[in-house]
Ligand binder design. Structure first.
Ligand SMILES: [Zn+2]
Length: 293
């Protein structure tokens, strides 16, 4: 499943190809992903300009504005094409002569002779449309705060909104184990299993601890570790961006060395104790019972 750093990598990779292009055609081969693709997508998008690409949590946001393009008599369209890759979704930039593969569900044809192609074997992904009123003056990302897919989401982990004061407020009087807590999108978005496992290891916090028992100094360290590991993962994704248009369409996955995740039964890099595995909410957690208290 693509994690936040991979989605950010995809965003950065796409930016180069899609920003300031005009959509000339839209082909929908599969009408239903996790939710139905809007029936009027072709009408909405054709002859519209992609003015920007942004990301919120693991959603990619193509900001669409047709006002510069369409003639006076056609209704001006402002909005956001919201794309989620789900479990197995991929977005690729291909050329018109690229052979169609199984599960290539949507093509967004651009005026630069490229196609933004969405492939998703398991169809847990999503392509949604949110209109933005012409009168809207707030940045799109804030406008979407009230959207049903976004309103419950916690802050972005790499922004200053994700800080010690915020997390202490949220953790007050709660017995939730810290690992489940930091992986909860309502608290903070984008901390997947790898990043939660690794950041707790480096912060030396036992993943099963109740969040109400964690002291501010520990939160500070943990938040720093989360930010550090996500930045590192995004950076490692960025290094393989040159391969972005390869036929496999895979973004630069997180290849940095992992200290805990996937190392069950191996020695702790700090104390040589054998790393243990437990199950938390159906997910594997690897940790060092010597170092993580
Ligand atoms: Zn250890």
């Amino acid at each position: 499943m693509p994690e936040l750093p991979e989605v950010e990598t995809v965003k950065r990779g796409l930016e180069l190809h899609v920003k300031n292009t005009v959509i000339t055609h839209v082909i929908v081969r599969q009408a239903v992903l996790r939710w139905p693709i809007p029936k009027n997508l072709k009408t909405i998008l054709t002859n519209s300009k992609i003015v920007d690409i942004q990301r919120r949590a693991k959603y990619l946001l193509l900001i669409i504005n047709s006002s510069e393009i369409k003639q006076q008599k056609i209704k001006k369209i402002n909005g956001v094409l919201i794309i989620h890759l789900g479990m197995s979704g991929k977005l690729q930039i291909v050329t018109p002569d690229t052979a169609l593969l199984k599960h290539d569900h949507v093509d967004i044809v651009l005026n630069n002779n490229k196609i933004l192609r969405y492939n998703d074997p398991r169809r847990f992904g999503a392509i949604l449309w949110s209109p933005i009123p012409q009168s809207c003056t707030t940045p799109v990302i804030h406008y979407l705060d009230n959207h049903e897919r976004f309103k419950h989401l916690g802050p972005e982990p790499l922004t200053t909104s994700f800080n010690t004061n915020y997390i202490i407020q949220k953790a007050r009087n709660r017995a939730t184990p810290v690992k489940s807590f930091i992986m909860d999108n309502n608290i903070v978005v984008g901390v997947g299993n790898i990043y939660a496992t690794e950041s707790l290891f480096y912060a030396k916090i036992n993943p099963t601890r109740a969040v109400s028992t964690i002291i501010p100094e520990e939160w500070q360290i943990l938040i720093n570790e989360i930010k550090k590991i996500l930045k590192k993962a995004i950076k490692s994704g960025g290094t393989t961006l040159k391969d972005f248009t390869n036929s496999d369409g895979k973004p630069g996955y997180f290849k940095q060395e992992l200290a805990a995740y996937g190392r069950s039964g191996e020695q702790c890099i700090h104390c040589n104790h054998i790393l243990q595995t437990i199950r938390q909410q159906g997910r594997t957690t690897v940790f060092c019972s010597e170092c993580q208290k």
